[in-house]
Design a protein. Structure first.
Length: 397
């Protein structure tokens, strides 16, 4: 495949990944409006984020392994059609319980965002895999960052339900684009879905690097989700911002997308391990700054940038490492990894809503610092064990 065509396909994959994953985050800046529309509390409205992320985690567990079984182009385009239906249903939900059910379905089918990432790894030359995967991840992460801005602006213009109507249209367009532009890729696995799922358990048991990276990114994403789930409440109550002003604030997160290609290059150069410690320290510092400088919008914006740099950098560093474990099982590896990540994100969102109700913004930022410190401890412990394991070999040499 020519470099020019690979770049064009990478752009398409990045776009598809970004737009599909955005469905999980549209609700975050809308929680105050959703609470008003359904006459519920802020804590109850925050469960929308948790349920959507749990739906996404379930989709990753159930649907993503199919990337190692079913032809990838057909799989991605068909799931996008179901995503469009889910977004349309969410837009017309009459009450909070039905809105939660449709949000779970929307998160469940948004898994296309992760199906296309292993696709990019298969298309890219081995020596440049980190770079191209990093570019696709930039699209995914921009989708996460810009989702809040887009949803806030649309809500200000046409009401919060318009966000999901626009999403439904975009999903249908993407389904057509993927079906007509991507090359066919038929996976090697032929033993059926049951065998495929059983092999996931085997991967968890036999790949310690996968377990470690999944745990680390789950902690990082829990920190990230805690911040962005409650920041809208803080901006409205503490700084009296409108939905449009919240949309502008959310743009600061897009600056962190630069971390993805940089992290990919660091991984290609064998610097993934030390860089992991740096990004966790960055997350801890960011959440501490958010707590100490909550009265200052500039400080909160800086926190958003630092935290986004950390979560994006660690995501790419992690995928760079785990995709080298079993090239024939990348979708299943991604199932374990991303499933763990969004389970962590759901927990972070749920705890954030509860803590904001009972302890305010200080409780949320304390949670973020604590989660980041646990990540530093896991990283430090694994590095210590690795170096101790290497010492006998050095002495023998």
């Amino acid at each position: 495949m020519s470099t020019r065509r690979l770049r064009a396909l990478t752009l398409i994959l990045a776009t598809a990944s970004g737009f599909s994953v955005a469905n999980i985050y549209y609700s975050q800046p809308l929680l105050d409006l959703i609470a008003q529309a359904f006459h519920t509390t802020e804590g109850s409205a925050a469960t929308v984020v948790t349920m959507t992320q749990l739906g996404y985690a379930a989709g990753i567990i159930v649907l993503m392994p199919l990337g190692d079984l079913i032809e990838n182009r057909a799989l991605a385009s068909r799931i996008l059609i179901v995503t469009a239906i889910a977004a349309g249903l969410t837009a017309v939900a009459p009450n909070l319980p039905s809105f939660l059910v449709f949000s779970v379905l929307l998160g469940f089918t948004a898994v296309v965002a992760q199906i296309v990432v292993p696709f990019a790894a298969h298309l890219a030359p081995e020596a440049q895999r980190g770079r191209f995967v990093g570019q696709v991840m930039s699209g995914l992460l921009l989708g996460i960052m810009l989702a809040r801005t887009v949803s806030s602006l649309l809500a200000d213009l046409w009401g919060w339900r318009s966000v999901y109507i626009v999403s439904a249209v975009l999903m249908l367009i993407l389904a057509v684009v993927l079906a007509t532009t991507l090359p066919k890729r038929k996976p090697d696995h032929t033993d059926g879905y049951g065998s495929l799922m059983a092999s996931i358990v085997h991967l968890i048991r036999t790949e310690p690097a996968l377990r470690r990276r999944a745990a680390l990114q789950a902690l990082m994403f829990a920190t990230f989700s805690a911040f962005w789930t409650s920041i809208a409440y803080e901006l409205i109550k503490g700084h009296h911002l409108s939905q449009t002003e919240i949309a502008i604030f959310a743009l600061v997160g897009a600056a962190g997308a630069a971390a993805a290609p940089l992290a990919g290059r660091l991984g290609d150069r064998g610097l993934g391990r030390p860089a992991t410690g740096v990004v966790f320290a960055l997350a801890a510092v960011a959440m501490a700054i958010a707590g100490l400088g909550a009265h200052n919008l500039v400080v909160l914006a800086l926190t958003g940038v630092l935290l986004d740099l950390a979560v994006q950098g660690n995501l790419v560093l992690s995928q760079q490492e785990i995709y080298q474990l079993r090239p024939d099982a990348r979708s299943r590896i991604n199932t374990v990894f991303i499933g763990s990540v969004f389970f962590g994100g759901a927990i972070g969102s749920a705890l954030s809503g509860l803590l904001y109700d009972h302890a305010g913004w200080a409780g949320v930022t304390t949670l973020g610092v604590g989660l980041s410190v646990i990540g530093i401890a896991i990283w430090g412990g694994s590095e210590l064990l690795r170096r101790r394991g290497a010492m006998p070999a050095l002495r023998k040499g």
